[in-house]
Design a binder for this molecule. Sequence first.
Ligand code: 5GP
Ligand code: MN
Length: 341
Amino acid sequence: MGAPNIADIDNVGRFYSLVSRSGDRKTVIVGHHNPDGDCIGCLTGMEAWIESAFGKTGIMIVPDSFPDYLKFMHNTGDILVYSRQKDKVCEAILGADLIICMDFNNLSRTEGMGDLIAASKAPKVLIDHHPSPEPFADLVFSETEVSSASELTWWILMAMPDVSVPFQTKTSLYTGMMTDTNNFCNTVYPSTFLMASQIAEAGVDRERIQMEIMNSFSEDRMRLMGQMLLCNMKMYPELKAAVLILDKKTKDRFNYRDGDSEGFVNLPLKIKEVEISALFTEVDGFIKVSLRSKGAVSVNRLCRQYFNGGGHERASGGRLYMPVDEVADYFEKCLREFLQA
Ligand code: 5GP
Ligand code: MN
């Protein structure tokens, strides 16, 4: 099997020339709110490639902070975090002559930065794997039949006239793909294995990546997981659903840190009868919603309809604005209505 035909060759040529013409520290690479492994993977992978291919640096920006276990990737210490470095981020976006948006389909996913990005005159490139992207970019690589934005980035780089890809990029993109597929469980395509095999052949340290991602949790996080499963999980057998509630009190009890609840929403799906799982997390100002499905139910539609968000068919997210003790009943009511429609 050869490389999948997912990165249009003319667009790849346009992308190459945009990056090659952009100045040093003038290419801004933007990720989404609550940055995950795919987001940090493709940002750092892209930046490392720009450095190695053109001898100049790009500026990586995310809306808010990301978990410690992603910090082993290339130059993560240089990533600007909008929520605490607003001035630097504004300066970078205002000075940009190219903006690369990665792993999101809607500028609202960049929080307060969305207006700044929309107002910029710099050409914008979108590299994303979510359905129905908002039309804000001048050059769009949007493909839902790939595992991750990191995988899509890999195929774009593979279609470049100069296919030399640095080691850090391979490590980052492999990590992004591995985390977005939940370690090769979900949305894995033949092209995903091909990418993995090409990167493995190049000698990337998969054991280290595995260790950093899967076996680097704190004791508090493990005990929090136990608490969530034992006491904070509610079952709805009739709806084939389960709900996990992570409220502030529980967070405080286990010294919650960013990323500690990563993967929790997948846990109830391990129960044979459960087809839809929800994790509601109390944060400042709203309830963060995470939905997963292992059957035919589209949580993308469910999320768009009732939870102010969206995402993929089997993995989506959104927000609720109500007290945390009301969300389980709201979920039950909405899911019942959704399934009956
Ligand atoms: P997670 O549950 O891991 O936060 O998000 C799962 C998926 O839903 C991701 O692919 C993410 O892009 C999408 N998603 C998460 N939160 C939101 C949101 O607030 N709005 C939209 N449109 N999508 C979201
Ligand atoms: Mn992704």
